[in-house]
Design a protein around this ligand. Structure first.
Ligand code: C5P
Length: 408
């Protein structure tokens, strides 16, 4: 997807710099050219030699190097790139970018560029939540800089929280989102649901499922890449926020339904979320206490609203195209065909989620697309590729003239 694209990778000084090796490998695997700028602090974590070996290009470190400046001036470094990526983006380099400083080669290139910039922050959790960093990130976002991550997780400093740099695969997805846009869905409004829902039993316990949100988030990204105006309504997930998408975070199915209905008139709606079928009939206001010798409490369940069926109902507000998902462990196609009619949607993307397939939480998916015309069997693909293919099919469908009824 990145064939021939030129990425200028700016590596600043953080422990996450080691992930750049994998990032360069993945970008080159997609056909991109990668050239690196390494800060002095970055060179404490990775060497110019390792970056040079992996990128197969010269690594730039020094603003005052006569040879570097004569071969490739700092302005030329950014002119030659399609995109600048700062990874890891430390608190320090974000502060220097926000302040417009030009005190080393990396900061100067970032100040001199008119190319899109993607930053992948990585720092201690308290540095990330410090008011200074929050303000710097805000300023940079207003100036059009795109952020991927940081993720929550265990950190090198033995703390836990947001601050871990996104994984190389997530950064590559964000780069694709910035570099491979088209206008096939320009002017179209899309809604995607993703991830699990959480249904409270009491303030500390809930009912949920294993959905990772990877497929739904990938679909939202793929639609945005085709120029659609995308709203992503997502339950709690641990994947990076997609670039160029309006994200609405919810917990319960009721909240998901409300957010979907608030999205207004849509051209296409895709329901990839694994919505809990039931919720507690009476969630407790306080934590349910264990009482010695007492039997476990009975949990009375009540059905959740069916969001897909609600949005599929005929009417002026119905999106032109409604796509549901069917996650099945047996009789995949027969169940999906039945579900399409029962729910009133136009298409069903059916996927086998038996544990042996590794679909839940995994990187790949094997799907069947069930439409009014029949069943298409797709090969096993990366979830990103399933998303790209589905987005292309949606663009084709929305581009078709509406069927005219015989009687008209
Ligand atoms: O009925 P089932 O859960 O198998 O249907 C799956 C499809 O319906 C998925 O597209 C899912 O996002 C959607 N769904 C929904 N609201 C529910 C249950 C499922 O939107 N309460």
């Amino acid at each position: 997807m990145l064939n021939g694209k030129r990425v200028l990778l700016i590596v600043a000084g953080g422990i996450a710099a080691f992930k750049c090796h994998d990032l360069i490998r993945k970008l080159r695997g997609q056909g991109a050219h990668v050239r690196c700028v390494l800060t002095d602090a970055g060179a404490r974590f990775v060497t110019p030699l390792s970056l040079q070996a992996l990128s197969e290009d010269k690594v730039y470190t020094d603003m005052f190097s006569l040879t570097d400046e004569s071969e490739m001036g700092h302005i030329q470094l950014s002119r030659d790139a399609d995109l600048l990526v700062v990874a890891p983006a430390t608190a320090n380099i974000l502060a220097r970018m926000a302040a417009g400083m030009a005190d080393d080669l990396a900061a100067t290139v970032l100040l001199a560029t008119d190319k899109p910039v993607l930053a992948a922050p990585a720092m201690n959790v308290r540095m990330w939540s410090h008011a200074a960093t929050v303000a710097n990130v805000e300023t940079l976002k207003k100036r059009g800089i795109t952020f991927v991550g940081p993720n929550d997780g265990a950190m090198a400093c033995n703390e836990y929280g947001p601050g871990r740099m996104s994984e190389p695969a997530e950064i590559v997805t964000a780069i694709e989102a910035l570099l491979t846009t088209s206008s096939a869905l320009k002017g179209k409004r899309a809604l995607v649901t993703s991830g699990p829902t959480r249904e409270a039993i009491d303030p500390v316990r809930y009912i949920s499922n294993h959905s990772s949100g990877k497929q739904g988030h990938a679909i939202a990204s793929a639609l945005a890449r085709l120029g659609a105006d995308v709203t992503l309504v997502s339950g709690p997930v641990n994947v990076a926020d997609p670039v160029g998408v309006k994200l609405v975070k919810i917990e319960s199915a009721d909240q998901m339904l409300e957010a979907c209905l608030a999205a207004g008139k849509l051209d296409v709606a895709i329901f990839a979320a694994a919505v809990a079928d039931w919720k507690s009939a009476k969630p407790a206001d306080a934590k349910i206490k264990k009482k010695p010798g007492a039997p476990p409490p009975a949990l009375e369940l009540t059905p959740n609203p069916d969001i897909l069926a609600t949005v599929s109902k005929p009417g002026a507000q119905r999106p032109t195209l409604v796509v549901g998902f069917a996650a099945e462990t047996e009789n995949l196609v027969a169940n999906a065909i039945d579900k399409r009619t029962r729910k009133g949607c136009d298409w069903i993307v059916a996927n086998d989620v038996s544990p042996a397939t590794g679909t839940f939480g995994g990187e790949r998916n094997t799907v069947h697309l069930v439409t009014a015309d029949g069943v298409e069997e797709w090969p096993t693909l990366a979830k990103d590729e399933v998303a790209a293919r589905l987005a292309d099919r949606i663009a084709q469908q929305l581009g078709r003239p509406r069927a005219v009824k015989a009687a008209e």
